[in-house]
Design a protein around this ligand. Structure first.
Ligand code: SF4
Length: 589
């Protein structure tokens, strides 16, 4: 097959078996790859009521059709399952080179079910695939685990996915690390592996991805690289990377500070892009990427690839920590122990506010570095009472101590680092995202009027559909100007079949709608499309939008407009007309 390898790896950990199956070709022109195709496989395999941590649950890891080719910024790989943190459908994607390596080994994806009776890792060496004992890796951090797996396959440069102690302890915001410092983040991907006694996957592949017409494919790739990717709208990723957003969001008044109390950090210079550049050791790129947005930094003995913007804010300003060395140490601890930095930082900032408000004394205070760093280890290892409390995330921590008005999450997923009171579009994006508060489905921070609800609803719907297909084709978010016309042209050249922008647009909406159907069947309703109490009731302090709230009335108006635009009922249920238009009318979940 062109662009696809035509084969899936099927891993049953309970039966200790690994087999292969042909790729479901009948789904390709509707779901394409990565997010979409993984979602289609997942919804076919499980019931929406499934317990995410039960052996019967399935984890689908899927590459994308352009992954492993020379198309730049197109090698991301997705994981789809039900989140143990939120109970929603869940997609996470990772860059690096694991996706291309898996295709070079001959597989489009891996479907994992069951639970091993003792810790194992999956070894993929082209067509030699086996489950190996991981007993000697138990309790090891991600960095050491990846080294041990690489040694086990005997190939320097083999690509790895691994979990740390946080995931072994099934902490619901543990993550899977890849190739040191890359992650399947958010929603508890690590706990999914932990619940299956799967410590990691190592892969070596020596094959190649076939394209239909190599000279045309390379000509189109070169054309879009020169004329679209490497333009001013995207080059910030090469020069600054995500830390550039520290200045941008402060200027906009949407930079969360002190558990989303303020929208401006008066000490931002200590964590901004200039501070990162001063600490920078070098850059790092994912496969086939000329941008190399990853920045290795060091302050004294603390070293990391990062911190990215979300960590600088949620592990920095939002905890009132302005010491870059401390944020790097926090980032490194999370990356090695296997915790999502966003949820971890957000949960710590909540505990800081609860301590300072007298709700409960966690011995965590805004700006206090020592305990902030200590508690990360306590969370990952569940070694203290406060560690066990914070290991459940913001929603459960706030509920336990009756402080729901301080918990900054939607559908249980802690908010990213863009303040919705200063930009209603981000609030609409958080309220309607299928996996809870997320900035990777829609990102309307550059809207002309950040409080024009109707325009923002339209922007959010368009972006959600566009991102659904963009990530199904494996594109990185930082090719901000890529669109379905470019995607269709590249896919046509690679596949050797005509692909239209219209069918990709429709596929994006189909993927978004199928996610919605899953969540409805899992018990979520329109009442869950909401925002934290603090956002709706407490005026924002500091910055350009001081005094603003995103009121319940404004949110209700936004949701009405959103449902109407999507042709969903007032209860947020897709109409039968919409389902028929997307070919989902016979879908049963
Ligand atoms: S821009 Fe950054 S995250 Fe995106 S593919 Fe390139 S190196 Fe990876």
């Amino acid at each position: 097959m062109n662009l696809y390898m035509g084969k899936m790896l099927m891993v049953d950990l309970s039966a200790e078996s690994v087999t292969t199956e042909p790729l479901r070709a009948e789904w390709l022109r509707e779901y394409w790859g990565a997010w979409g195709l993984a979602l289609r496989y997942y919804t076919d395999a499980v019931s929406p009521e499934i317990d995410p941590l039960a052996p019967e649950n399935v984890v689908v890891i899927m590459t994308a059709p352009l992954c492993g080719t020379l198309v730049p910024l197109a090698s991301r790989m997705c994981l789809v399952s039900k989140s143990p943190h939120t109970g929603t459908i869940f997609e996470s994607n990772v860059g690096g080179s694991f996706g291309p390596e898996l295709k070079y080994a001959g597989y489009d994806g891996i479907i994992i079910k069951g639970r091993a009776s003792a810790p194992v890792f999956l070894k993929i060496d082209n067509d030699r695939v086996s489950l190996e004992s991981a007993e000697h890796m138990t309790g090891q951090g991600i960095f050491e685990t990846e080294k041990l797996m690489e040694a086990a396959i005997g190939a320097h440069g083999a690509k790895t996915l691994a979990i740390g102690p946080a995931a072994e302890n099934m902490i619901t915001y543990s993550m899977i690390g890849s190739e040191s410092y890359r992650q399947f983040g958010r929603g508890g991907t690590g706990a999914l592996f932990g619940s299956k006694n799967l410590k990691g996957i190592v892969c070596r592949g020596t094959g190649a991805v076939r394209v239909a017409d190599m000279s045309r494919f390379l000509e189109r790739t070169d054309h879009y690289t020169k004329n679209d990717l490497l333009c001013d709208d995207n080059l910030w990723a090469k020069t600054d990377g995500t830390p550039i957003l520290v200045e941008v969001t402060n200027e906009m008044g949407i930079h969360p500070t002190r558990n989303y109390t303020k929208g401006f950090n008066g000490r931002k210079e200590q964590l901004n892009s200039d501070a990162i550049q001063a600490a920078k050791l070098g850059n790092r790129a994912c496969a086939s990427c000329p941008m190399a947005c990853g920045k290795f930094t060091r302050v004294n003995s603390a070293e990391i690839e990062g911190p990215e913007y979300e960590t600088l804010c949620l592990g920095g300003s939002n905890c009132d920590i302005h010491d870059l060395e401390a944020v790097i140490r926090f980032n490194r601890l999370c990356d090695d122990l296997g915790l999502d930095t966003m949820t971890c930082g957000s949960t710590i900032s909540l505990a800081m506010e609860m301590t300072e408000n007298g709700v409960h004394n966690f011995n965590l205070r805004f700006g206090q570095v020592d305990e902030y760093l200590k508690v990360v280890y306590e969370i990952a290892t569940l070694s203290t009472e406060r560690g066990r409390d914070l290991a459940k995330g913001a929603k459960h921590l706030a509920a336990k101590y009756g402080a729901e008005e301080l918990s900054m999450e939607v559908k249980g997923l802690e908010m990213p680092a863009y303040e919705p009171r200063g930009n209603f579009g981000m609030g609409i994006a958080y309220a309607t995202s299928e996996r809870g508060a997320c900035h990777l489905r829609a990102f309307p921070i550059f809207a002309t009027d950040p409080h024009d609800i109707d325009a923002l609803v339209s922007d959010v719907v368009d972006a959600q559909n566009a991102n659904s297909i963009k990530w199904s084709l494996g594109f990185c978010d930082f090719w901000g100007t890529v669109n379905t016309s470019i995607e269709a042209d590249l896919m046509s050249a690679g596949l050797g079949e005509a692909v239209s922008a219209e069918e990709l647009d429709r596929a994006g909406e189909r993927i978004w709608t199928l996610s919605r159907l899953f969540n409805l069947a899992a018990g979520f309703t329109a009442a869950d499309d909401t925002l934290p109490k603090k956002i709706m009731e407490r005026p924002l302090e500091g910055g350009r939008h001081e005094g603003r709230v995103f009121s319940r009335a404004d949110l209700a108006r936004a949701m009405q407009s959103y449902y109407e635009l999507r042709d969903w009922s007032a209860k947020g249920i897709p109409s039968s007309r919409k389902l028929a238009a997307l070919g989902l009318e016979t879908t049963t979940l």
